[in-house]
Ligand binder design. Structure first.
Ligand SMILES: Nc1ncnc2c1ncn2[C@@H]1O[C@H](COP(=O)(O)OP(=O)(O)OP(=O)(O)O)[C@@H](O)[C@H]1O
Ligand SMILES: [Zn+2]
Length: 725
C-alpha cells in the first residue's frame, strides 16, 4: 500500500491513539522517520511519520485531513530502527507508540537548541528565610540542575526553588548539550591476549570489520577475561569510526566497568541509565543520534536509542534475567539486541560464563556462533566446590552458617584473605510474626510478606515499596515485644558473622546498600583496599566483580531458588551459584566454595560440585524438550487485573471463555496469580503454551481484540515470560 504524495501516516507518542493520517503542507519536505508536531483536537502532539505499508488502510477522506504543523529538527528515526520498532510492537503485542517513546526518550529529541539552563547556588543567603527555603538551601549545597530536579532533590515544590532564584540565592548556568564527548582511543592500552582469548577476539573483530549480521555467544568461564576479549571488537569498531553499545544488567556494575574501560581506551564511555540527570540525558541522546558518542554503556533501555551508525552490540552477563523488562513494554533486551543487529546489519555478542539455555541451544543448532574461553586468565585456577549437607553439618538453632563454613571463614580472616557469603535475600528476615497470636505481617497492597530491614528500621514490601516502622505491639493481639523474625536475610547473616567472628570486618552488599554507581564504586574500593574481610551479598555482588584476594565463597542456602519451581528455577539456581562461586580464587591464591544444602544429590548441586556444566545443561535441555518448554515450545502469559476482585475474575473468565481452539496450542487458566494482589490490584492469569510453529501473537491479537473490558480492567500480555508470579 502506498499513500498519495501529500498524505502521511503518523505514529503519535500517545499510546491510547493508533497511527493517524495527516496532510503534509506543500512547503514541507518530510518522509518516514521524521519527527513532526501534529494537531489532535485542540492539542499539538509529537509523532513520527511512519512507512506507508505497515498499518492497514485508513478510511479518512482526504478533504478532512489536518495538516502537519511542524517538522522537528532532530535526527530522523532510521529505517533499520523503524523495522525494529515494528518487530517489537508485533512480537511483544504492544503499540508502536510505547516503543517509540523509548527511542525518543529525551527532550533533546524535540528541541533544536544546543543549550539549556541549569541553576546552582550563588553563596548569597537571603536574610529572612522560610523553613522550607532554608532547608532547600542546605540540601542543595553544591548541587546543580533544572528547577524540577533541584526541587525533587531537596524535597520541596518547584515554587520554593523559583522563589530562591528570584531572591538571588541561585544563579543560572548555561549548559551546552552539544559539547563533544571525549573519544575513546582504540589502541590506548592494548593487553596481550592468551591464545583462547585471541581466537575468540579474532572472530569478533573480523565480524565487526566485515559488517553484516551475526550473533556470537562468548562463553568463557568466570575470570577468563571475556571483557578484555570483547574489548578487541569494541576497538575495531572505534577504528572504523562506528558506534558500539555495551548493555550491562545492573547500573551498580557500571562503576568498576567504567574504570576498566578507561584503562583500556583512555576515556570513560558515555553512559545511559535511569538515574541520569536530564541534561546528561539530552547530551548523550544527541551524541548517540549524531554519531559522536562512539561507545555507550547502558542499561537495557539504551537498546532503543537512535544510534547514527551502530556496528556492534555487546550484551554482557547475557544470561541475566534482569534484561527482561517486566512492566510497560515487556521485552527481553537480549533478544531485542539480536533483532537490532539483524535489522541494521551488524554483529551482536552475548557474553556470559553461564549462558542461557536458549542461547546455548541456538549455538547447537547453528544459528549463533559459539566462542569459548575454557580456562581462567593467567595463573588463576577454577575454585574447588564442595557441598555442605545441612542435615549432617547443622548450624546451631537460629544460626545459618554451618560449622565447616564458619571454620573456613575464620581461617580466611586469620590469613588476611577475603570471603563472600551469598544469600539471595535482602533485608534481615523475610517474614515477621507474632509469637503470641501467630499474626504475620503482610503488605496491605500485595500478596507478600513485609520484609524486615533492620539497618533502616523498617518493614518493607519488595513488590510495591510500601514501608512501615516495625510496630511495638502486635496489631492483632496487642501484645508488646512479641514479634519474631523468621528466616535469614543478608543483614541477619551479617549479624551472625559479627557475633561469631567479632574481629572480621563485614559489609552488606545488596541493591539497598549499593543503589548508585558512587555507592558501588565505594564498595569496590573498600574491598580492594582490604578494609573488608567478609562480604555478605545478594546476586548483585556475584556478577562482574573481580576481587583477587577473595578466596572463599559460601552459599548460605542453595535450596532457596529451587523451591519456586518455575520453568527456569534449576537453570537460574545453577547460574547464580556458578557466578557466586566464580568470585573465588581469581588471583594467585586458590579459591574454595562451600554450598550449603539439604539436598546435596539434587542434579543442580551435584553438577556444580562435579564441575560438570555440560551434564547439567544437557539434562536440563532434555527436560525442556520433553515438556515442550522454551526453546522448544513457547509460552505467553495474559495477566488481567483490577482493583475490584470480582471485575478481575469476570474479565479473566471472559478471556478464558473466548480462547480459540488451535492445534498445537493449549490455554491454562484463568486462575488467581501466585501474586494474587499487587499494588492494590487483584490479578488473574492465563498461560498460553504452544508449539513453535503456532503463530501465537496473531492468535492472541485476534482473540483479545474481539473482547471489550470495563475501564478498571487492565490486560497485560507477556510474551516469552520469565516471571510466572
Ligand atoms: N589478556 C589479558 N591481559 C591482562 N589481564 C587480563 C587479560 N585477560 C583478563 N585479564 C584480567 O583477568 C581478570 C578477569 O577478567 P574478566 O573480569 O574480564 O573475566 P570475565 O571473564 O569477565 O569473568 P566473569 O564472568 O567472572 O565476570 C581481570 O582482572 C582482567 O583484567
Ligand atoms: Zn506491596
Amino acid at each position: 500500500m502506498s499513500l498519495p504524495n501529500n498524505r502521511v501516516r503518523v505514529v503519535l507518542l500517545t499510546q491510547a491513539i493508533g497511527p493517524l493520517d495527516y496532510r503534509l503542507p506543500d512547503d514541507m519536505v518530510a518522509g518516514p522517520g521524521n519527527v513532526v508536531m501534529v494537531p489532535l483536537g485542540p492539542r499539538k502532539l509529537p509523532g513520527v511519520i511512519w512507512d506507508d505499508d505497515v498499518f492497514g488502510d485508513e478510511a479518512i477522506d482526504s478533504s478532512k485531513l489536518r495538516a502537519v504543523l511542524e517538522l522537528v529538527e532532530c535526527p530522523p528515526v532510521a529505517l533499520g530502527l523503524r523495522r525494529l520498532i515494528n518487530w517489537v510492537a508485533d512480537y511483544y503485542l504492544t503499540s508502536h507508540a510505547a516503543v517509540l517513546r523509548m527511542v525518543l526518550s529525551s527532550s533533546a529529541a524535540f528541541t533544536a537548541t544546543g543549550t539549556i539552563i541549569e541553576y546552582r547556588r550563588t553563596g548569597f543567603e537571603p536574610a529572612r528565610l522560610t523553613p522550607q527555603r532554608a532547608a532547600a538551601l542546605d540540601a542543595l549545597e553544591g548541587a546543580q540542575g533544572l528547577v524540577r530536579e533541584l526541587a525533587a532533590e531537596a524535597g520541596v515544590s518547584d515554587a520554593v526553588i523559583r522563589g530562591l532564584i528570584k531572591a538571588g540565592a541561585f544563579e543560572a548556568v548555561t549548559i551546552s548539550v552539544d559539547s563533544p564527548l571525549p573519544e575513546p582511543l582504540a589502541d590506548f592500552d592494548t593487553p596481550k591476549l592468551n591464545d583462547a582469548q585471541q581466537l575468540a577476539a579474532n572472530s569478533m573483530v573480523e565480524a565487526v570489520r566485515a559488517g553484516g549480521f551475526d550473533t556470537f555467544v562468548l562463553d568463557g568461564v568466570t575470570g577468563s577475561g571475556k571483557t578484555e576479549t570483547y574489548f578487541e571488537a569494541v576497538a575495531e569498531a572505534i577504528r572504523l569510526g562506528k558506534q558500539v553499545l555495551v548493555l550491562l544488567p545492573e547500573i551498580a556494575l557500571t562503576a568498576p566497568f567504567l574504570a576498566r574501560f578507561e584503562a583500556r581506551f583512555g576515556v570513560e564511555p558515555a553512559v545511559w541509565h535511569s538515574n541520569l540527570r536530564s541534561t546528561q540525558r539530552r547530551r548523550v541522546w544527541r551524541a548517540v543520534a549524531d554519531g559522536s558518542a562512539k561507545v555507550l554503556v547502558g542499561a537495557r533501555s539504551a537498546l532503543f536509542l537512535p544510534f547514527a551508525n551502530l556496528r556492534l552490540i555487546i550484551v554482557d552477563e547475557a544470561h541475566e534475567t534482569s534484561f527482561k523488562q517486566e512492566d510497560g513494554v515487556r521485552y527481553h533486551a537480549r533478544d531485542v539486541a539480536v533483532m537490532r543487529g539483524h535489522f541494521e546489519g551488524f554483529p551482536v555478542v552475548l557474553a556470559s560464563a553461564t549462558p542461557a539455555l536458549e542461547s546455548r541451544h541456538m549455538v547447537t543448532i547453528g544459528r549463533y556462533k559459539g566462542l569459548e574461553i575454557p580456562s581462567r586468565f593467567g595463573a588463576a585456577k577454577m575454585p574447588e566446590i564442595k557441598a555442605i549437607d545441612l542435615t549432617l553439618d547443622a548450624p546451631d538453632a537460629q544460626h545459618w552458617i554451618a560449622p565447616t563454613l564458619l571454620k573456613a571463614l575464620e581461617e580466611r580472616v586469620e590469613r588476611g584473605e577475603q570471603s563472600l557469603l551469598f544469600l539471595n535475600r535482602r533485608g534481615y528476615a523475610p517474614l515477621t510474626l507474632c509469637r503470641t497470636c501467630g499474626h504475620r505481617f503482610q503488605c496491605p497492597n500485595c500478596t507478600s510478606w513485609m520484609v524486615e530491614h533492620r539497618l533502616v528500621r523498617r518493614l518493607a514490601c519488595h513488590h510495591c515499596g510500601h514501608v512501615m516502622p516495625p510496630p511495638e505491639q502486635c496489631p492483632e493481639c496487642g501484645e508488646s515485644d512479641t514479634l519474631v523474625a523468621c528466616g535469614p536475610g543478608v543483614e541477619r547473616i551479617s549479624d551472625e558473622v559479627n557475633r561469631l567472628l567479632p574481629n572480621a570486618r563485614t559489609i552488606v552488599a545488596t541493591s539497598d546498600t549499593l543503589w548508585s554507581p558512587e555507592k558501588a564504586a565505594e564498595f569496590v574500593s573498600r574491598v580492594e583496599n582490604k578494609a573488608v574481610d567478609i562480604i555478605i551479598g545478594t546476586q548483585l555482588v556475584t556478577k562482574g566483580y573481580h576481587f583477587p584476594e577473595l578466596t572463599l565463597v559460601g552459599v548460605i542456602d542453595a535450596d532457596l531458588g529451587l523451591e519456586g519451581g518455575d520453568l527456569r528455577a534449576a537453570e537460574r539456581t545453577f547460574q547464580q551459584i556458578a557466578q557466586a562461586a566464580g568470585r573465588a580464587g581469581r588471583g594467585e591464591k586458590p579459591g574454595e566454595v562451600f554450598i550449603q544444602t539439604r539436598n546435596p544429590n539434587h542434579p543442580v548441586i551435584a553438577a556444580l560440585v562435579a564441575g560438570d556444566r555440560d551434564a547439567f545443561y544437557d539434562a536440563e535441555t532434555e527436560q525442556r524438550k520433553s515438556a515442550g518448554a522454551p526453546p522448544f515450545g513457547r509460552f505467553a502469559a495474559i495477566i488481567i487485573s483490577s482493583e475490584d476482585e470480582r471485575e478481575a475474575i469476570e474479565a479473566a473468565r471472559a478471556v478464558g471463555g473466548a480462547a480459540p481452539q488451535v492445534d498445537g496450542m493449549h490455554v491454562y487458566g484463568p486462575a488467581p496469580a501466585p501474586l494474587a494482589m499487587l499494588r492494590g490490584r487483584h490479578r488473574q492469569r492465563l498461560l498460553v503454551h504452544a508449539q513453535r510453529s503456532v503463530e501465537v501473537q496473531n492468535i492472541i491479537r485476534e482473540w483479545l481484540g474481539s473482547l471489550q473490558f470495563p475501564r478498571g480492567v487492565r490486560v497485560g500480555i507477556d510474551v516469552d515470560p520469565y516471571s510466572f508470579l
